[in-house]
Design a protein around this ligand. Structure first.
Ligand SMILES: [Mg+2]
Length: 335
């Protein structure tokens, strides 16, 4: 899929009606029309929960490209259906956080996001899957999901993610629960934990770089467990994550896996890409290698701001490249 391809066949737009970017959906339609689309399928939904049905419709109609308009919740719902379909997806980051788009170098700029969706490069990316449902950015069980549930009660839109994340510290206890984690069939953690996280990309909720070495195309899922409890330990953990490597925190243990099983002493909330999903006491997380075809920005040789710094790298900020160990030692260290 190169620049200058001629007519584009069937393009489906799946849009969260309440999300906005640039001149809104009217401008999106004009920009898409400018691309010489033969058939335009246009689906608007009032909430991301309604998106999967429309994506299935789009695939049935033979869409050659699916454009998703919305934030991470919308992307998650859509990629869950698109996984393994072979149909490329273009992301128009119209949400509050847009962590997936940001990690992949898709800017919050409507004309540019549309340009990338039509003329970018098809990249095969991994997805994660928790209890059968795909995610693109991260999944979490415990503290992290409790806070998102809180935020879903309206805080998120008023305050933005970073703010609610920190505000959350004040009223979520980060309660410890007996947790058993197996990594690729081998017992890896057994003890009291407040949160288990799975990462497909490096930067997560609130702009916190949780998984320093995460790459969405290496066939591995990053796994982290935190034993932090209470506001002070959590503040220390998050503070550490925002200035240095996550695995330097005394309350965090991280590794990398293809398949992880988690058993909890009692049911806890979990979340996928920032959307609360319910309560479980058993959870299976696995990587789905190459599960998604993303229409991504063309790779650039030297990292310009907002563009991938190098092959497979994210460029959320300039710190990242320097943080990586030169020999590429994986994140999973025995601590
Ligand atoms: Mg990976």
């Amino acid at each position: 899929m190169k620049k200058g391809r001629g007519k584009v066949g069937t393009v489906a737009v799946v849009a969260h009606r309440k999300k906005s970017l640039g001149g809104g959906l009217d401008e999106l339609r004009r920009l898409v029309a400018d691309q010489g689309v033969e058939d335009l399928l246009w689906y608007e939904v009032p909430k991301s929960k309604k998106a999967p049905k429309q994506v299935r419709k789009a695939l049935k109609e033979g869409a050659d490209l699916v454009l998703v308009w919305g934030g991470d919740g919308m992307v998650q719902r859509c990629v869950d259906v698109l996984a393994g379909s072979g149909t490329p997806v273009g992301i128009i980051p119209a949400g509050t956080a847009n962590m997936f788009a940001r990690n992949l170098g898709i800017p919050e700029d409507l004309p540019e996001a549309v340009r990338i969706a039509f003329h970018g490069e098809d990249r095969r990316l991994d997805l994660g899957r928790v209890n059968g449902e795909h995610f693109a950015v991260m999944a979490g069980i415990g503290f992290d999901a409790e806070m998102i549930k809180d935020a879903d009660r309206g805080l998120k839109d008023r305050m933005g993610r970073a703010a609610y994340f920190w505000t959350g510290l004040r009223h979520v206890r980060g309660e410890l629960v007996t947790t058993k984690i197996k990594v690729d069939g081998t017992p890896w953690f057994e003890g009291e934990a407040s949160c288990v996280l799975f990462g497909n990309v490096g930067t997560i909720t609130g702009g916190i770089e949780a998984f320093d070495d995460a790459r969405p195309d290496d066939g591995w899922l990053e796994v982290g467990v935190t034993t932090a409890s209470g506001p002070i330990q959590w503040a220390r953990t998050l503070g550490r994550m925002s200035v240095s490597r996550s695995d330097s925190s005394p309350f965090v243990r991280m590794t990398r896996a293809r398949k992880v099983t988690v058993k909890l002493g009692r049911p806890m909330s979990y979340e996928l890409d920032g959307g609360a999903k319910g309560t479980v006491s058993k959870l299976t997380a696995e990587v789905v290698p190459g599960g998604l075809i993303l229409r991504a920005p063309e790779p650039v040789a030297s990292g310009r701001e907002g563009e991938p710094a190098a092959e497979g790298e994210t460029a959320a900020n300039g710190r990242r490249a320097g943080d990586r160990s030169a020999d590429g030692v994986p994140a999973g260290k025995n601590r």
